[in-house]
Design a protein around this ligand. Structure first.
Ligand SMILES: Nc1nc2c(ncn2[C@@H]2O[C@H](COP(=O)(O)OP(=O)(O)OP(=O)(O)O)[C@@H](O)[C@H]2O)c(=O)[nH]1
Ligand SMILES: [Mg+2]
Length: 325
């Protein structure tokens, strides 16, 4: 289990897109009768900044991010305890509306499974934008759960006056509980969002130890980190058709020995991942290793392989065997 590594003086943020949120004072022991705790699902179409938001809320990277769509492929929870309030945030894959292959069906099932039985839904869109893909996500949301409209990437809006009519038009689409124009990369906005979300947490004892970060294992994080670097360092064609499998994950004291396979769909993709004289694969490995070392504060040996499995994303059984729901 990943432990909270916050508050170490002088330590740089683990990831370039995770803002250094002001760390609230270490959780004081709180009488269980005073505790509040609830689930907050983060949903939206691909690439609107859901995982960037989750990481900023948790205060450390627990979900990978990239400028390409379909980065997140699992339900990933991240926890944050502030004063008497424990937030259980649920990151979800971007809802897929384009291709109906087995992988996308699995991703959408994950989104659907995550929006029920939560106390609050944060529906993320890009500020000033709303298209059919956003509308499809909005249609999925249960009527009995309050929904916050989070208009993200506010930093990219040049004519902020134009946002007022847009917000009014959004009001007609759904009875949103709140409207929050903000940037997931701005730590003041993140603090403001905590203050808004806390009102929706029911009074009940915390579910998790305040030091815990996520439900996901180090093994999972290792495969995700390799996938993130693959997404970030290769062209647009690859991401949709590639995945990463961990073949070995061993811990020897302060050392983790990891072997992973990048699975691609075509022989030509294999060449793209490996690169000229193996340069690309080497860089993916180095960047993933360095970030894992920083995250876990230990030494990592990472061995990477590339394999072709044509049609895996169209094959239900294979999609399941690769760990997708
Ligand atoms: N300018 C700006 N960029 C942002 C902001 N939030 C996220 N991004 C960028 O938007 C891109 C997508 O971010 P992600 O967090 O991976 O988006 P996502 O919604 O989780 O994407 P999927 O998992 O593919 O659905 C990345 O390049 C982020 O750096 C923001 O507030 N402002
Ligand atoms: Mg994501």
């Amino acid at each position: 289990m990943l432990a909270r590594a916050l508050g170490r003086p002088g330590e740089p943020p683990v990831d370039d897109v995770t803002p250094e949120t002001q760390e609230p004072a270490a959780a004081e022991p709180i009488d269980p009768a005073q505790q509040h705790c609830g689930y907050v699902a983060i949903v939206g179409k691909p690439n609107v900044g859901k995982s960037t938001l989750l990481n900023a809320l948790v205060g450390q990277k627990v979900s990978i991010t990239s400028r390409k769509a379909q980065t997140t492929r699992h339900r990933i929870t991240g926890y944050r305890t502030v004063g008497p309030n424990q937030f259980v945030f649920v990151d979800t894959p971007g809802f897929q509306t384009r291709h109906g292959n087995a992988l996308n069906r699995a991703l959408n099932k994950t989104v659907l499974g995550a929006v029920n039985d939560v106390d609050l839904i944060v529906f993320v869109v890009e500020a000033g934008h709303f298209n059919l893909a956003d509308a499809k996500v909005l249609d999925l949301l249960p009527a009995n759960v309050p929904v916050i409209l989070l208009a993200n990437k506010f930093d990219l809006v040049h004519r902020r006056g134009d946002l007022a009519p847009w917000l009014r038009s959004m009001q007609e689409r759904h009875a949103f509980a709140e409207f929050v124009p903000m940037s997931a990369k701005n730590s003041k906005d993140i603090q403001r969002l905590f203050a808004i979300c806390e009102k929706y947490l029911p009074q009940q004892p915390w579910i998790h130890d305040p030091e815990e970060l996520t439900d996901r294992s180090e093994r999972f994080m290792a495969s995700e980190m390799v996938r993130e670097k693959l997404f970030r360092l290769t062209g647009d064609e690859l991401p949709y058709t590639s995945t990463v499998i961990i073949d070995k994950f061993e811990q020897e004291g302060q050392l983790r020995r990891i072997a992973a396979t990048i699975v691609v769909e075509r022989e030509g993709h294999k060449g793209m991942v490996i690169g000229d004289k193996g340069e690309k694969l080497k860089r993916i490995g180095t960047e993933a290793r360095q970030e894992l070392e920083k995250l876990w504060d230990c030494k990592v040996f990472l061995e990477l392989w590339v394999k072709v499995r044509s049609g895996w994303a169209d094959d239900d059984a294979r999609v399941r065997s690769f760990g997708y729901e």
